[in-house]
Design a binder for this molecule. Structure first.
Ligand code: GLA
Length: 429
């Protein structure tokens, strides 16, 4: 009997693990910092010393991640994007960093990052060239994977520019995944495979998840509301094909958090943080941690939002309804709880009320027979007890979001279960 049970457990574990890249990594969405959106391909260190893509930039970010509370809440990977390389490979055909901007090499940078208790990410490309024109990995997958492993790299963002045919794209992404595994080093594998496929062919997400720890589906994020809303619209309109595949080991990646930069209002930053938590997105900030305002920092370090993002159940959320410029999203959490986001998509006027029945949440189960509801964003508030026939009325600023968490209460005394219409105080909004 014990043996039979053992086999049953093993079979279950296999079934659960089947389909995810078998490297044991990214059991929850990875978190860290990535240079691209904020620092792009700035290589002129003489004139822009604080913005250029150099070892100094990554060392400074590592210092701040460790010193300013970021690491403590989960931001762990310090990631280099495009433009770190020298224009050509070395005599042994290996990739090499630009000698002026990374005079001590990547191995030493990795050691430094590790000494802070953090991990280092690097960037490469499946094709002949990176998107910015530096050497691509085509024809060198094994060598490049080994080079990254020798340097002590912990994450590879693998881009898809100059990939050639769709077959080469697929082969390249798969081969790099196998090459990374062969090194024996634990390296998170971040792909853009579906994004480069999508204009031509629908990706096979089950296959993508077998090779990648997370994958981009949509265009690059930029520092503007139009970018955030286009990512949300794309995600909601493709949710039937992308939500179910996400889970421990493999995640849809809607791209970097741009909170703390220039282009988003406070409410729009709240929307990005709330919805990236709902979407179980990898949380890679691209901002300047040397100069970030306290409000943006508090938002990015909000432990309750991060707990939703990192929820161990590992289910991605989805949009339930879109109604008169309001959107309602939910994400199932452990313990039959739900995260709920109410997004006000109006771009005119002031705060508006949105009323909805708790019975719409969790297919009717989130507040059945009752639940307690907390507001997490934009401020923390207790909404108290509700039941399966309650209505919630929330007030949301234009382009802003109210993020709630509903925790089911299984047993309540009879009198507390009496239907109640609504009770909310949102005076602080
Ligand atoms: C592509 C990627 C971006 C970034 C740039 C770098 O556009 O999608 O995230 O890596 O390349 O050139």
């Amino acid at each position: 009997m014990a043996v039979a049970l053992g086999w049953a457990v093993a079979a279950l574990v296999l079934a659960e693990g089947a389909g995810a890249l078998d490297n044991g990594l990214a059991r929850t969405p990875p978190m860290g910092w990535l240079h691209w959106e904020r620092f792009l391909c700035t290589t002129d260190c003489a004139n822009t010393p604080h913005a250029c893509v150099s070892e100094q930039l990554f060392m400074q970010m590592a210092d701040l991640l460790a010193a300013d509370g970021w690491k403590d809440v989960g931001y762990e990977y310090v990631c280099i994007d495009d433009c770190w390389m020298a224009p050509s490979r070395d005599g042994g055909d290996r990739l090499q960093p630009d000698p002026e901007r990374f005079p001590h090499g990547i191995r030493q940078l990795a050691d430094y990052v590790h000494s802070k208790g953090l991990k280092l990410g690097i960037y490469g490309d499946v094709g002949n060239k990176t998107c910015a024109g530096y050497p691509g990995s085509y024809g060198h997958y094994d060598l490049d994977a080994q080079t990254f492993a020798d340097w002590g790299v912990d994450l590879l963002k693998f881009d898809g520019c100059y990939h050639g045919t769709l077959d080469l794209l697929a082969e390249g992404y798969k081969n790099m995944s196998l090459a990374l595994n062969k090194t024996g080093r634990s390296i998170v594998y971040s792909c853009e495979w579906p994004f480069y496929m999508l204009p031509v062919q629908k990706p096979n997400y089950t296959e993508v998840k077998q090779y990648c720890n997370h994958w981009r589906n949509f265009a690059d994020v930029f520092d503007a509301w139009i970018s955030i809303k286009s990512i949300l619209d794309w995600t909601a309109s493709h949710q039937d094909s992308i939500v179910d595949v996400a889970g421990p080991g493999g995640w849809n990646d809607p791209d970097m958090l741009v909170i703390g930069n220039f282009g988003l209002s406070w409410d729009q930053q709240v929307t990005q943080m709330a919805l990236w938590a709902i979407m179980a997105a990898p949380l890679f900030m691209s901002n300047d941690l040397r100069q970030i305002n306290p409000q943006a920092k508090r938002l990015l370090q909000n432990k309750e939002v991060i707990a939703i993002n990192q929820d161990p159940l590992g289910k991605q959320g989805y949009r339930i309804t879109k109604d008169n410029n309001f959107e309602l999203w939910e994400r199932p959490l452990t313990g039959r709880a739900y995260a709920v986001a109410v997004v006000n998509r109006h771009e005119i006027g002031g705060p508006q009320l949105f009323t909805f029945a708790t019975s719409i949440l969790g297919n009717g189960l989130a507040c059945n027979p009752a639940c307690s509801i907390q507001q997490i964003l934009p401020t923390s508030e207790d909404y108290g007890l509700h039941n399966w026939v309650s209505f919630l009325k929330v007030k949301v600023n234009p382009t802003g979001t109210v993020l709630l968490k509903a925790a089911v209460i299984e047993e309540l005394p009879e009198e507390k279960l009496a239907p109640k219409s609504k009770k909310l105080s949102l005076d602080t909004l």
